[in-house]
Design a protein around this ligand. Sequence first.
Ligand SMILES: Cc1cc2nc3c(=O)[nH]c(=O)nc-3n(C[C@H](O)[C@H](O)[C@H](O)COP(=O)(O)OP(=O)(O)OC[C@H]3O[C@@H](n4cnc5c(N)ncnc54)[C@H](O)[C@@H]3O)c2cc1C
Length: 453
Amino acid sequence: MPLPQKTDILVIGSGNAGLSAALSAAQTNPTLRVTVIDKSPVSWAGGNTYFTAGAFRTSHNGLHDLLPLAYEVNGRIKFWGGLALKTQDGGKGLVEDELRAVRNAGVDVFFDTAATALVTDPTSGAVVGVEVINSDSRTSARNKTIVAVDAVILAAGGFEANPQLRAQWLGPGWDCARVRGTPYNTGEMLRIAQRDVSAKTAGNWSGCHCVAWDANAPADSGNREVSNEFTKSGYPLGIMVNRDGERFVDEGFDMRNYTYAMVGRRVLQQPGQIAFQVWDARTVAWLREEEYRAEVVRRIEGESLEELAEKCAEVGLADPGRFVESIKEYNASVEGVDVQKRWDPAVKDGLATKGLAVPKSNWALPIDKPPFLAVKVTAGITFTFGGLAVNPETAAVISETTSDEVPGLYCVGEMLGGIFYDNYPGGSGLTSGTVFGRRAGRAAAERAGRVED
Ligand SMILES: Cc1cc2nc3c(=O)[nH]c(=O)nc-3n(C[C@H](O)[C@H](O)[C@H](O)COP(=O)(O)OP(=O)(O)OC[C@H]3O[C@@H](n4cnc5c(N)ncnc54)[C@H](O)[C@@H]3O)c2cc1C
């Protein structure tokens, strides 16, 4: 089917935020023509959303709200990582379900179609068209055209996959971060919105979500098979040591879901942007199978700390002697604690180091029981926090010049600024996309229903 010359609502980006907005628009007014475009080929459908665990942070009124949604393992109801709501088959299942839902609602979705400019009415300033470049992957032909619109919803992700913009906006060293998800979130729609409609920016432009990530993962994009399994979030169960053999972060300062999105930044700040996560026989069995099994990560094993250090040196540890000393200093700082009695990974157990310059505030077991395990990690960027300013009720984009809404323009998902600062609680990116997607879809449909053709 060819791209339409005119559509009532054009959604730019086919991740969770864009598809939530498209569905909401189609449900609000089924007589409207709603079209979604995405610059990625269909083989990369779903943007970053595809790579998620599908975990949604949500409010609820207790267990009776959740039991119909939770899954049962060996007769017990399980909530993964303290998050109660997760989609079937993670992000892959979410994207499949959302694409099916929008298509059933009559929405057309076009891949290989990039938005390159916003066109405005010179009198009203309203967005009335979008310049797009449509590529035909079979013939390599590229076709530039303008699609006339009554409303546009921007849902094109952040700038996490653009090394130049990362260095420019996040700061020095960020061009070296590995990309966890889609390679197509390169930030041009943020710049286009500023250039073409003077969109106002909001939020933490030097901030991002960044995790400890497998040092052997690809540099510029996630892998759609391995997906989220390159994440290495088992550091609260052990310690992390940098290339010079020094600890550099309190691995136990809070529960995993409140630290994992910050820890990557600390790894990025280390020499060579690498670190080694280390455990002993006490905690290895507690590591998440999907992140640490031998099929997805190179496990470095040793019968003594010295042997472990030598093996780490083969893959980049610069000072094996200091590595061993740091672990021994750490062990000395937890000496005498009745670990069997107090250690509890399900709560902040207060089992802390004493007297270390870099403390570990919870779950501080000694690392002295062979065999030992180490895994080499680097920094994996998930998404960026800076974005556009919107009216929170409708997700309408605000103009920097007039401080009023730009008529006919809405913004959702990673592109929406002002949601996250400094840190991020697990499972809230999808919730943000869905909540503001619904609002934007509804507001865009109400506007499109009023606009006279
Ligand atoms: C490995 C990983 C795991 C995660 N796990 C979770 C989780 O469990 N729970 C959670 O809440 N969040 C999670 N997140 C964060 C979550 O992915 C994002 O917050 C959310 O998916 C963003 O949705 P979005 O629609 O804004 O962007 P995306 O899903 O990235 O979609 C943006 C789309 O816009 C397209 N695009 C870009 N530029 C253009 C253009 N110029 N023209 C047309 N199209 C364009 C891109 O190709 C892309 O498909 C995870 C992220 C990653 C990478």
